[in-house]
Design a protein around this ligand. Structure first.
Ligand code: MSP
Length: 644
């Protein structure tokens, strides 16, 4: 018997920066779908990971004076911490530098090469390193920059292997025609079809001007283009070529969830690669919109990057995940602001949901000594509450099928608001005063708790913490994790006779004014601290004497291959010889350094930079314009002399 499985992927992230709230949008959405499918009884897989090769990474690591892998390891750790903070339960974290992945990529490359769909030629054209994308001249923006990120592109001329993507044009169009739901949302589908119809060019799938990548299996001088490499992580993550059973039950993926910026890679390049490799295509690719801040792109230079970890620390993981899935329709762009965040949390979570729970549990405590009553005698409002709940929850499930998280939550909130209205309609505090209305009162409280039971289960894919708190306060003994969607669909499953456990409000109201005042205060404190630190940033004479500063004579100098910044120097310190790596290649030719006497720190811990051992550091002065000059001595003096 085949299992009901569901496989969702989120992109694998470039490990060259801290992830901001926009990045976490994709992964939170993917995790929510997977948890919803689990609730419906599916066996699921969710993969994410890190996209660790390419020119951009090699450069960034170099700028940090580190080996690529050492640099990446640190960042991967922060990624994993972030997913754990957001309670994202991925099943596999694929690192593209892993041995399995490298072999998978080489396998697919070789398969397509053997088939005759990869050939060697010369690439001449533009390349955007930050986006790792090739561009034709006609595609550049008005200033001749990358049309995606508007940063300058590089002119690249190099020998490359090409994938015959142009030959898949017709097959792709046919596929899109036969599978109208493949690209979501629909408006993006038309964009992609237009792109293909304009004519596909063969894709350059290898690079030779740097070496941080997976070697081309048939030619060690080339590394595989980073996107060809990265997309295959969707196969590696579910045991491609290693675990046939698993792979067979999860591939083709049910949905790749990605941002709109990388839709072309997923809906044109990826399907063409899979077609060439004679593999099945994923069932769907969903390209969601971008989260902006006050309508603008988040960027470090604008200083408007929203840190998801800070948000979770300030407001809790439930609030952050709820906001992300509720505020913006999945598929369209949306703007983040802390004001709208607080407003949303206060109105939906604190008022509508939190108060409902509080009032209900308090009334059970007050009128029935905390014991859940039997529903004995109907009120005129019961049927409508039940009907609304069942209709809205069915609509919620439909929306989840289409990844419409926001409207799915809206349906659930219609149930919550209807339940609040039910309290106002049935006025339990008035029923409580009438001896003859105790059965009715019991029914009202039972129904309120029942609506909360259903809400807790339906909310589980969205909120990692609150459902268990609701469950605990209602006093249900059954394991919440064992509940399935069928238990949401059926009204009346709550067991009477159990005891409620009144607790603290699950979503205390956020005082926006107080929050912003505290933030401003914290910012002021931080500023003061930095100012104090700057003042205290003096070292003692003892500290200074720990430095072994010496005059060094440069004996040999050469460029380090693959780096445009680094030079390898051999220097003399008197009789002693040392090898150093210096980041001065943009300012000095190797030859002009020979014979120069420069100052260096001689007792720095040895380091390996770009595969080259460095024992010490030469000193140079640089200004804000990026000009740099080496520090030398005023008059000739023997190498090895101490600088005091
Ligand atoms: N490494 C590639 C993906 C390879 S998948 C085989 C990549 N990485 S990324 O780190 O740049 O982006 C990861 C995801 O974050 C993408 O889906 C991207 O669209 C998404 N987002 C980045 N900024 C975003 C917003 N401001 N808003 C919403 N999503 C955003 O691309």
């Amino acid at each position: 018997m085949t299992k009901d499985t569901f496989y969702v992927t989120t992109p694998i992230y470039y490990p060259n920066d801290k992830l901001h709230i926009g990045h976490t949008y994709t992964t939170t959405a993917a995790d929510t779908v997977v948890k919803f499918k689990e609730l419906q009884g599916y066996e699921t897989e969710l993969i994410t990971g890190s996209d660790e090769h390419g020119q951009k990474l090699q450069k960034t690591a170099e700028e940090h004076g580190m080996e690529p892998l050492g640099y990446i390891d640190g960042i991967v750790k922060t990624f994993k911490e972030l997913w754990s903070t957001l309670e994202v339960d991925y099943t596999e974290f694929v690192r593209t530098t892993s041995q399995e992945h490298k072999k998978d990529v080489q396998h697919i490359f070789k398969k397509i090469y053997d088939k005759g769909d990869i050939y060697k030629d010369k690439y001449e054209g533009y390349y955007c390193t930050p986006c790792e994308t090739y561009w034709a001249e006609r595609e550049l923006d008005e200033e001749g920059n990358c049309p995606d990120c508007n940063r300058p592109v590089e002119w690249v001329e190099e020998e490359s292997y090409f994938f015959k993507m142009s030959e898949y044009e017709e097959q792709l169009l046919e596929f899109l025609d036969d599978n109208p739901d493949f690209i979501q949302p629909a408006k993006r589908r038309n964009e992609m079809i237009n792109f293909i119809e304009e004519g596909l060019e063969d894709l350059c799938v290898s690079r030779t001007s740097f070496d941080w990548g997976i070697p081309v299996p048939i030619d060690g001088d080339h590394v595989i283009y980073v996107w060809f490499d990265a997309l295959i992580s969707y196969l590696t993550g579910i045991g491609f070529r290693r675990d046939e059973d698993k792979f067979g039950s999860y591939w083709p993926a049910d949905v790749h969830i990605v941002g709109k910026d990388i839709l072309r890679f997923h809906t044109i390049i990826w399907p063409a690669i899979l077609m060439a490799a004679d593999m099945e295509l994923p069932k769907q690719v969903f390209g969601h919109g971008f989260l902006t801040v006050e309508g603008g792109k988040m960027s470090k230079s604008k200083g408007n990057v929203v840190d998801p970890t800070k948000l979770v620390n300030d407001f809790g993981v439930d609030a952050v995940r709820y906001y992300l899935m509720r505020e913006v329709a999945f598929g369209t762009d949306g703007s983040y602001s802390t004001e709208s965040f607080i407003r949303r949390i206060n109105s939906d979570l604190a008022n509508d949901l939190g108060n409902l729970l509080n009032r209900t549990v308090a009334m059970v405590e007050q009128y029935f000594d905390g014991v859940i009553p039997e529903p004995r005698s109907e009120t005129e409002y019961d049927a409508d509450l039940k009907k609304t709940s069942q209709q809205e929850l069915a609509a919620m499930a439909d929306d989840m099928e289409n990844l419409q998280f926001s409207t799915a939550l809206e349906h659930l909130w219609t149930v919550i608001r209807r339940t609040n209205k039910y309290i106002d309609q049935t006025t339990p505090w008035i029923l409580a005063k009438d001896e003859d209305k105790q059965d009715k009162l019991g029914t009202v409280l039972y129904n309120l708790l029942e609506a909360l039971r259903i809400t807790a289960i339906a909310l589980k894919p969205f909120l990692p913490e609150a459902p268990a708190k609701i469950w605990q306060q209602i006093g249900i003994k059954a394991d919440l994790d064992q509940q399935r969607w069928s238990e949401v669909e059926e009204w009346g499953l709550l067991e009477a006779g159990l005891e409620v456990n009144p607790g603290d409000p699950i979503f205390p109201r956020i005082d926006a004014e107080e929050y912003f005042a505290k933030q401003a205060e914290a910012e002021d404190d931080e500023k003061e601290e930095t100012e104090e630190m700057v003042e205290e940033d003096k070292i003692t004479f003892d500290d200074f004497t720990k430095l072994d500063l010496r005059v060094a004579e440069v004996l040999e100098a050469e460029r380090i291959e693959g780096s445009d910044k680094l030079l390898k120097l051999q220097v003399a310190l008197g009789e002693e010889r040392r090898q150093l790596v210096a980041g001065i290649a943009k300012h000095y030719e190797a030859d002009e350094l020979i014979g120069k006497k420069v100052l260096m720190v001689a007792n720095l811990e040895p380091a390996t930079i770009f595969g080259t051992e460095s024992n010490g550091m030469v000193l140079a002065a640089s200004d804000d314009e990026g000009e740099l000059t080496l520090t030398t001595v005023d008059q000739d003096i023997a190498s090895g002399s101490q600088v005091e």
